[in-house]
Ligand binder design. Structure first.
Ligand code: SF4
Ligand code: SF4
Length: 293
């Protein structure tokens, strides 16, 4: 089972929930940080890193000796990442999305794939939990290809053993967030009952609902703000799977890089109950095999 922990906005407690769920998970687990622009799950799980590799994007490299300057590559590229000016072909690797279209199209085979570094993929272990994260290079804007490479590594790890995984997804509802949750079995939306929290929570619900996956809410800092989120969840039939109280002890634990499920027996019980609800719920939503006569 793959559980994605997402949120419409940053700062709602997504990583806090991910780390605490990982801490109480029953059985083999890979905890994955796909918030590649600002990964911070490692600050709470404190993994020992055992390996890393470069995440990269294939960008075109021009062989001027073969090029006839026909302009077909430039016409094809929707991102203006390759341009033909007279007898000069210019490439702009920072704007390239790595689709490979120009390389496939070039009639003279004058383009070949080169590599642009996107960031790194690291893995290791935090106690019983396997750990995996992507970290985008500073200044790099293209996070979805790195996210896909981290997910490919996750698939290798899952294939090697029967692990569940919990993904700390990027905040927001743009390409990185959607990319991160695509293969999930369950999506948890972490939010807080404030006007900003409610607004972005609605966006997240609208963005992820078309994926047709089981989705539930975790209300962090419960007790502040108003009850708009509760009414919204009731109207949309979105289950509230856990509420985490607004509590100074939690804020202090977070600031010290502690897993909040370990702050008190009550909080541990909250996350154990959340874990059990996710597992029961995923089991109930699992497509049943249809018996054919
Ligand atoms: S498509 Fe190939 S031959 Fe034509 S301009 Fe581009 S690189 Fe040169
Ligand atoms: S690989 Fe795709 S995005 Fe990159 S330059 Fe070629 S056509 Fe443009």
């Amino acid at each position: 089972m793959i559980v994605s922990v997402a949120s419409g906005k940053g700062g709602t407690g997504k990583t806090t929930v991910t780390a605490s769920l990982a801490a109480v998970w029953d059985g083999p687990l890979v905890a994955v940080d796909l918030d590649v622009e600002e990964p911070n799950l490692h600050l709470f799980l404190h993994p020992c890193l055992e390996g890393s590799e470069m995440g990269h994007l294939e960008v075109p490299v021009v062989d001027n000796s073969r090029c006839t300057f026909c302009g077909a590559c430039s016409e094809l590229c929707q991102f203006k990442a390759i341009s033909v000016m007279g007898k000069l072909v210019l490439t702009f690797p920072e704007m390239c999305h790595g689709c490979g279209g120009c390389i496939a199209l070039c009639p003279e085979k004058a383009l070949s794939p080169g590599m642009r570094e996107l960031g790194e993929i690291c893995w290791g272990r935090a106690g019983q939990v396997e750990f995996l994260m992507g970290r985008l290079r500073i200044g790099e804007a293209m996070s979805p290809p790195l996210i896909r490479q981290v997910k490919a590594k996750l698939n290798e790890m899952i294939a090697a053993s029967t692990h569940d995984s919990i993904i700390d997804a990027p905040p927001g509802v743009s390409c990185p967030a959607v990319n991160a949750v695509l293969e999930s079995d369950v999506i948890l939306l972490v939010t807080e009952p404030t006007p900003f929290g409610f607004y972005d929570f609605q966006l997240a619900w609208e963005a992820f609902s078309p994926l047709g996956k089981p989705m539930g809410a975790v209300i962090n800092r419960a007790g502040i703000g108003n009850d708009d989120i509760y009414r919204f969840c009731r109207d949309k039939g979105l289950p509230i799977l856990a509420e985490i109280p607004y509590d100074r002890a939690i804020a202090e634990a977070y600031a010290r890089g502690r897993v909040i499920a370990e702050v008190s027996p009550e909080l541990k019980e909250t996350f154990v109950a959340l874990r059990d609800k996710i597992c029961d719920w995923a089991e109930r939503c699992r497509p049943r095999e249809v018996a054919h006569a």
